[in-house]
Design a binder for this molecule. Structure first.
Ligand SMILES: Nc1nc2c(c(=O)[nH]1)N[C@H]1C(S)=C(S)[C@@H](COP(=O)(O)O)O[C@H]1N2
Ligand SMILES: [Mo]
Length: 234
């Protein structure tokens, strides 16, 4: 068995999901089936929002998205105080402001957002700077083999191999449906990794570090696939 959470395999019906979300906040949930980890994810999101019923993580938010944060509260960053630091194994480390990022060539990527919990947002349009463009500007050194992402929530992290990071459908996203990303969606800047489960798309992005090898991210420490492909043939 793999650690994938393929919705095509079918999850429990909604009522059971609610129950799992309520009861799943224990170590047993981590050791159990992938479906239970979906419940765990809901439970963490719900607890972090101070909702003991576990229901809020199951309700669709604006545009069909559901709010997830493993951090209890996340500071807001504005155009004045937002910075994205790019460093690690690069020739030219630097910090970008939001205006710097907006001044770079913008790319629009449309994908079907899919969470391992089973919810989907078809045809989500994210726009921003290609990650490959930022990596080229920074100049990846010969030893660089992977990219690690850190977030200003102070908790979440993700990673991609350099090959994955250079795909033309991987964005440092500033807009969703042609409007600036709001705080709940991970704004002002989040990652959008279109070909992978949405847990790869780190919200509140604040750091991009080129490393030698992949460093497993937050959910990957709990058993999620480091390669979060929606479709293995991608
Ligand atoms: N910083 C941060 N990024 C994150 C997460 C998180 O908890 N913290 N959750 C991930 C998961 S599991 C999902 S499904 C999506 C949820 O994004 P949304 O809240 O915009 O729907 O963000 C991903 N990126
Ligand atoms: Mo998720």
């Amino acid at each position: 068995m793999t650690d994938r959470h393929d919705p095509a395999r079918g999850g429990p019906p909604l009522a059971r999901r609610v129950l799992l979300a309520t009861l799943g906040a224990g170590a047993a949930a981590l050791a159990a089936a992938p479906v239970l980890r979906g419940g765990w994810e809901s439970a963490v999101a719900a607890i972090s929002r101070n909702d003991p019923t576990g229901l809020s993580g199951l309700l669709p938010g604006p545009g069909g998205f559901r709010y997830f944060s493993v951090a209890g509260s996340v500071p807001e960053r504005t155009a004045a105080d937002y910075r994205l630091e790019i460093g690690g194994l690069v020739e030219r480390p630097r910090a970008y402001t939001l205006a710097d990022l907006r001044a770079l060539p913008q790319t629009r990527v449309v994908g079907d957002v899919t969470c391992t919990d089973g919810w989907q947002v078809p045809g989500a349009a994210f726009s921003g700077v290609l990650l490959s463009h930022l990596l080229d500007r920074a100049g990846v050194r010969a030893q660089g083999g992977a990219v690690r992402f850190t977030c200003f929530d102070g908790v979440y992290s993700e990673s991609l191999t350099l090959d994955q990071a250079r795909r033309p459908d991987v964005l440092v996203a500033l807009d969703l449906m042609d409007a600036p990303l709001g705080h709940d969606r991970g704004g002002p800047v989040r990652l959008y990794v279109a070909p992978m489960y949405f847990y790869k798309s780190a919200k509140w992005l604040s750091g991009i570090t080129v490393t030698e090898q992949v460093v497993p991210g937050y959910w990957e420490e709990y058993g999620y696939d480091v390669d979060g492909w929606l479709d293995r043939r991608a």
